[in-house]
Design a binder for this molecule. Structure first.
Ligand code: GLU
Length: 288
């Protein structure tokens, strides 16, 4: 089977060390197998989009030598496609009238994550206004074998609850858009940061409802800063470039010979890439 990988950044800022790690792992995984590597810009959440970030990301990928195939897909141009998918699973979705405040008061908090208790599942009380659209979940165990993290099992109903597919402000949720697009682009292998490991069962639930194939998943450790926090623009993580390539490879468990230039390091990695060397951890300190 021909591998089709993808990188799907949100244009909220330039690539930092953590997003470079995800891009690099996905690129190596696809290219090593002689496959295609696609680029998708996840720009649905307009208020979070940073002007100029997409250009910066494209320039960085180019400088890093991580070339992509075919046209770039923009999620903001695919709203009609997501609405059609929602119509297709109408029987499994319902309108939710809960305000943020009501959600905070009613949600069961387990391990710091909030679980929606299904307040609006049975229909809306008269006088209530529909806000978000949620999908009904079930207690079936969803299992998948992550290529790095091993077997993951989640019961979405008890561990997450019915989750949002369209927000109150009309924005299509990441969980829906990502699986619709991975399927439309024929993606066989999703390689991304382990911060999304907990989202994967939700995505598999949606794939099943929509009759879409489940790709293989590989979640690389998330890079953390000095205080153990996930690197992000908010934590002041700087833009990553070719000078960070060898550290990113080391982070992924690949010890690059010391005397190689960034371009040579990438060629070396293409030859020696082995996902079994990636540390089986959800997070690890960034390497500088
Ligand atoms: N757009 C997401 C992010 O930048 C990644 C989505 C994915 O790889 O599934 O965090």
């Amino acid at each position: 089977m021909r591998i089709i990988g993808r990188f799907a950044p949100s244009p909220t800022g330039p690539l930092h060390f953590g997003s470079l790690v995800a891009a690099l792992a996905s690129w190596l995984d696809a290219r090593r197998g002689g496959g295609r590597w696609l680029l998708r810009i996840e720009d649905l959440d307009r208020p979070r989009v940073m002007p100029g970030a997409e250009d910066a990301i494209l320039r960085q990928l180019d400088e890093l030598g991580l070339g992509w195939d075919g046209p770039i897909l923009h999620q903001s141009e695919r709203l009609a496609v997501y609405e059609r998918s929602l119509q297709g699973i109408q029987a499994h979705t319902y309108a939710c009238a809960c305000t943020r405040r009501e959600l905070e008061d009613s949600a069961l908090a387990i391990d710091g994550s909030r679980i929606y208790p299904g307040t609006c599942r049975g229909g809306l009380d008269p006088g209530k206004t529909a806000r978000a659209l949620r999908v009904r979940t079930t207690n079936e165990q969803i299992r998948f074998a992550d290529r790095v993290q091993g077997e993951i099992v989640q019961r979405v109903e008890t561990e997450v609850g019915d989750f949002v597919l369209r927000r109150a402000d009309g924005v299509i949720a990441y969980q829906l858009a990502v699986i619709v697009d991975d399927a439309a682009q024929g993606v066989t292998d999703v390689v991304r940061g382990a911060d999304l490991l907990d989202s994967t069962a939700r995505q598999i639930h949606l794939q099943r409802l929509l009759g879409l194939a489940t790709p293989r998943y590989l979640h690389v450790p998330v890079a953390t800063g000095a205080g153990g926090e996930k690197l992000s623009k908010q934590t002041g993580a700087g833009a990553a470039g070719p000078a960070e390539l060898r550290s990113a490879l080391r982070f992924l468990g690949h010890e690059v010979p010391a005397d190689l230039s960034p371009r040579e390091a990438l060629d070396w990695a293409l030859e020696y890439w082995d996902p079994r060397r990636i540390p089986r951890r959800r997070a690890a300190p960034a390497i500088s």
